[in-house]
Design a protein around this ligand. Structure first.
Ligand code: IMP
Ligand code: MG
Length: 188
């Protein structure tokens, strides 16, 4: 059997933009705000798979109020680093959100195409309210205007991986957010 040696994901990182302690501190701060704002609202946190998974898992444990969770999985056609604006639902909500206070939990806001689609899709169900929490925002890339109610970090126009964010489905398991070495993009 041929053995193949593969570098561990962290070896492919050129630069760390947000380290694990910085992310944890921000998640705690966002959680405190959300807990105060939703204390008596029994919100449903709607998270977008797969990228928002670590953020949701950490965030919800900083929001010690009555709440529930639901998930959407979407894909946007395009290359691994550019979304195209054509969004498709791969997995829909398990429960209706009509009349509920919905908080959308997303990993990153880039052009805004994905969230515009998701927010319209959720609004069709007539929730009592709908707000957006994104860990990372790349405002320089915005094409569609989106209102962010809870924003973790603003970062420059760079493609980032880690803490849920992928390049070709890899690197989601890194505990920090960073930029890949240029040579990684040439690799299959
Ligand atoms: P948008 O539709 O352009 O706003 O892109 C949103 C989606 O594109 C996110 O949910 C991510 O899946 C992906 N995305 C955008 N920017 C990045 C990035 O820098 N790294 C990894 N994924 C990204
Ligand atoms: Mg992605």
């Amino acid at each position: 059997m041929a053995t193949e040696t593969r570098a561990v994901p962290a070896d492919d990182i050129a630069e760390i933009l947000l380290d694990a302690p910085a992310i944890a501190a921000k998640v705690k701060e966002l959680g405190a705000r959300i807990a105060a704002d939703y204390a008596d609202k029994d919100p449903v946190l709607v998270s977008i798979l797969k990228g928002a998974l670590p953020f949701l898992a950490d965030l919800m444990r900083q929001v010690p109020i009555r709440l529930s969770l639901d998930f959407l999985e979407v894909s946007s056609y395009g290359s691994s680093t550019e979304s195209s604006g054509v969004v498709r639902i791969l997995k829909d909500l398990a429960n209706p959100v009509a009349g509920r206070h919905v908080l959308v939990v997303e990993d990153i806001l880039d052009t805004g195409f994905t969230l515009r689609y998701v927010l319209e899709h959720l609004n069709d169900q007539k929730p009592a309210s709908i707000r957006l929490c994104t860990l990372v925002d790349k405002p320089a890339r915005r094409i569609v205007p989106i209102t962010v109610d809870y924003r973790g970090f603003e970062i420059p126009d760079r493609f980032v991986v880690g803490y849920g964010l992928d390049y070709g489905e890899r690197y989601r398991n890194l505990p920090f957010i960073g930029v890949l070495k240029p040579e990684v993009y040439g690799r299959a």
